[in-house]
Design a protein around this ligand. Structure first.
Ligand code: IFM
Length: 444
């Protein structure tokens, strides 16, 4: 073990990640707000009406806590439905409110990264066909340009779209989220449109702001063959990987969208359309070949026997996967931000070791020359976790939904120690998660 533990670069960004609909409260007129009010859609019957009350001003308290915890970066998103409540009509008050939030961050020396689309669409856009429609690309490009004109004095680190593959899969392939479609062609169309919209926004932002750094947040998942020696399991795992990861990972580099059966689409605007790579990483699945699953490319996903889980129904905790995906991204030759990683852990019993093991994975990649510039933990405060409502808590700070009271969790205290010192020390590991000492200091 190095004498001073695992030390991170002095200019490393220590942050947390959030999204507008999940933290703001007082939701705008959007697809999610409409959908979540239907009984049965959200697991615990909650909705985003109040959440962390950022729209009502409580962002200031959370930013104070973030600052007190030594964070120097925060990823947040703007809500398209607030800013453009009707097609082509901008709301100056919404911009004013976002300006207040962003200047509150700057006052606290916290650098904002602003995401432009994080799963939630204005209702007028949905009426026009949403992300399946051809028009969406121009609407998004116009929206992105307007946001940069209005907020560009406070922000130059932009994330166009959050997790196009997750949005496409959950909303158009698996039918979990609005508009609850289960149609593989619509899935491909939506992913195509999101990537094209990203590329057009990328170019528009650069036309408007010379200092802009623009990327998107890619959700990468590990797919390993259940029986590593089985060629069929290996093939099936590879197919899952290309369908979920490959579909979004390569296009902003070489401009080619690779659909199954070699039905490729070339999108010239996409070539070299990211200044950094945003990586969201959470978990892995084991894949077995299953002849009865042609719709899922013959891959049955399950979990590694004996693996660690945070909560029932959520994926395996697999820190080595973060190291593996970082190594995979190295070949893109761009700086990388871990734009999200985190764990649903309602009693905060596992989050401290999750933080330590995942940061150790980042440190290992850094030690091998991977250009990781920052780490945004999901999330700052417990918030509205989509169809799981408040039944899955991801925050470093606990939220009492009834009173709005905040309490920094043990994991939050640990993150503070790490962010302030820029290191993971042996003493921290001993105090917070001695059971992972070997994993942290002798990885492999
Ligand atoms: O809460 C989500 C976030 O909106 C997108 N990435 C995964 C998080 C945890 O599920």
């Amino acid at each position: 073990m190095p004498a001073d533990g695992l030390r991170f670069p002095p200019d490393f960004r220590w942050g947390t990640a959030t999204a507008a609909h999940q933290v703001e409260g007082e939701p705008a007129d959007t697809d999610w707000w409409e959908w979540e009010q239907v009984p049965g859609h959200v697991r615990d019957g909650t909705d985003a009406r109040r959440s962390c009350e950022w729209w009502a001003g409580r962002y200031a308290q959370d930013f104070d806590l973030a600052r007190a915890m030594g964070q120097n970066a925060l990823r947040l998103s703007v809500d398209w439905g607030r800013i453009e409540p009707r097609e082509g009509k901008w709301d100056p008050e919404a911009f004013a409110r976002y300006r207040q939030m962003l200047s509150a961050l700057r006052e606290r020396e916290i650098e904002p990264m602003v995401t432009l689309f994080h799963f939630v669409s204005p209702s007028w856009l949905v009426e026009k066909g949403g992300w399946q429609s051809e028009g969406v690309v121009r609407y998004f490009e116009r929206f992105a340009a307007k946001v940069v004109e209005e907020l560009g004095d406070w922000v130059d680190l932009w994330c166009t779209i959050n997790e196009p593959n997750v949005y496409g899969a959950y909303s158009y392939l698996l039918g979990f989220w609005p508009p609850q479609k289960q149609d593989v062609r619509q899935f491909f169309r939506v992913v195509h449109n999101q990537l094209l919209a990203h590329a057009c926004a990328y170019r528009a932002i650069h036309r408007l702001q010379s200092s802009a750094r623009v990327g998107l947040a890619q959700h990468l998942h590990i797919f390993d063959p259940m029986r590593p020696k089985s060629p069929l399991d290996r093939w099936a795992a590879g197919m899952q990987d290309s369908l979920f990861n490959g579909l979004v990972l390569d296009p902003p580099v070489d401009g080619v969208l690779r659909f199954p059966l070699s039905l490729n689409t070339r999108i010239p605007e996409l070539v070299d359309s990211q200044d950094y790579i945003g990586l969201n990483y959470y978990s892995r699945s084991m894949v077995s070949f299953d002849i009865t699953q042609p719709g899922l490319l013959f891959g049955r996903r399950s979990v590694m026997p004996g693996a660690e889980f945070s909560m029932e129904g959520w994926g395996e905790t697999y820190p080595q996967g973060l190291y593996r995906v970082l190594k995979r991204l190295e070949r893109c030759g761009k700086p990388i931000y871990v734009t999200e990683t985190g764990v649903p852990d309602n009693d905060d019993s596992k989050r401290p070791r999750f933080l330590l093991t995942h940061l150790a994975a980042v440190h290992r990649a850094l030690g091998e020359g991977v250009l990781v510039k920052g780490f945004y933990f999901w999330s700052l405060v417990d918030n509205f976790e989509w169809a799981d409502g408040f039944s899955a808590r991801f925050g470093l700070i606990g939220l009492d939904l009834a009173t709005g009271q905040r309490t920094v969790k043990r994991s939050g205290q640990l993150y503070e120690e790490i962010s302030r010192t820029g290191a993971i020390t042996a003493d921290m590991v001993k105090r917070y998660a001695p059971e992972v000492e070997d994993q942290i200091f002798s990885p492999g």
